[in-house]
Design a protein around this ligand. Structure first.
Ligand SMILES: [Mg+2]
Length: 363
């Protein structure tokens, strides 16, 4: 097991409610690479943008996880992951590293059995996954240009980062609404509003100028606050930062604090763990989407394999990460076209590293 830290330049600087005054121009991620005694390679991706834990996690993985897992049976994923879980106890952002290990094990098993990862996740129930396009905080006219592009491309929805001064947000939403035609809006505050009252005032203002599909994480990670917004909101409320694990999903459902969940393979701790949250929420009638840490080719491939094997997919996913980068770390780009995502063909995750890009981005 080898862990490679990378620093991948983004096409545009990331500005959202999570990092006011601290724009991000490159992703500090990592690649987990397993090689079995028989020479089979399995790949996983450590993808986390905020907080900036990608490289500390890579160092932890090299120093503390890899030496413990080398020699294990890569096909005994349950046992290997249980061991990783014990080593990751109390490690900040441990789920992102766990997810990378889980992906790499799934990839290894698929290649060993010569079947695609979706086959191991329950079988393919759809060819492709509809996507929503995400627009960062910038000048309203630039945001409107992005929206017009998304409409032309065929995206199913538009997601906007809000949570600035209400007047700035409203200018952005108005500009994008003009360019977005009939596409529904997802407004993501990343917890920027500090009270339920502040959130509700903003939500009411947005619904007057745009067709809002839902408002995402209007307030910080606090069940009571979120529930209070949900009870009075004229549009559905999505939990994102509040919904990282199956336990979070349980707490949110018990508190009736959200209408929709935004789930991440990277935060759930792997594709199967994300599927478990979809299953739990689905049994309660709570729809979910897969969100994105702007994963590159490996992480997005994992999302795609999971997405095509989920029985219900009521809303477009946000797993368009590779489009955020100047270059990807995988040899053949994951297919994202016309507002849809396809899982790569071939066994396992179906991706291979581009070693030239890896050498260039090694960080
Ligand atoms: Mg979000």
């Amino acid at each position: 097991m080898e862990v490679i830290p990378i620093r991948a330049p983004r096409k545009e600087v990331v500005r959202s409610g999570l990092n006011p005054g601290d724009p991000v121009s490159a992703s500090e991620f990592g690649v987990v690479r397993i090689e079995t005694a028989a020479g089979i390679e399995g790949l996983g991706e450590i993808s986390i943008t905020f907080p900036r834990l990608g490289h500390p996690l890579c160092r932890f993985a090299s120093a503390r996880i890899a030496p413990e897992l080398i020699g294990e049976d890569a096909l005994a994923a349950g046992r290997v992951l249980a061991r990783a879980d014990r080593l990751l106890e109390g490690v900040e952002g441990g789920c992102y590293l766990r997810a990378a290990i889980a992906m790499a094990l799934l990839d290894t098993a698929g290649k060993c059995y010569s079947i695609p990862a979706w086959q191991m996740l329950g079988g393919r129930v759809r060819e492709r996954i509809p996507l929503a396009w995400g627009i960062y905080q910038k000048a309203p006219e630039e945001m409107a240009e992005d929206a017009a592009w998304a409409v032309r491309e065929g995206y199913s929805a538009i997601k906007l980062k809000v949570g600035r001064r209400l007047e700035d947000d409203l200018n952005a939403v108005r500009a994008v609404a003009q360019a977005a035609g009939d596409l529904p809006f997802r407004l993501d505050a990343n917890g920027a509003w500090r009270s339920a009252e502040e959130a509700l005032q903003a939500i009411h203002a947005f619904t007057e100028v745009a067709r809002v599909e839902w408002v995402e994480q209007p307030v910080p990670r606090n069940l009571d606050l979120l529930r209070r917004v949900r009870e009075e909101s004229p549009v559905p409320v999505m939990a994102d930062e509040s919904c990282r694990s199956l336990r979070d999903a349980f707490d949110l459902a018990a508190a009736r604090a959200a209408d929709v969940f935004n789930i991440y393979v990277a935060e759930a701790g792997g594709p199967r763990e994300a599927a478990a949250i979809f299953g739990f929420a689905g049994s309660l009638g709570i729809p979910c989407i897969l969100g994105s840490q702007a994963e590159m080719g490996i992480g997005t491939a994992a999302c795609a394999h999971l997405g095509v094997s989920l029985p219900d997919l009521p809303h477009a996913f946000e797993t368009f990460g590779p489009l955020r980068y100047v270059k990807d770390i995988v040899a053949a780009p994951v297919r994202i076209e016309g507002g849809y995502l396809w899982p790569p063909e071939g066994p396992g995750l179906g991706v291979e590293l581009d070693w030239d890009v890896i050498s260039e981005y090694r960080g």
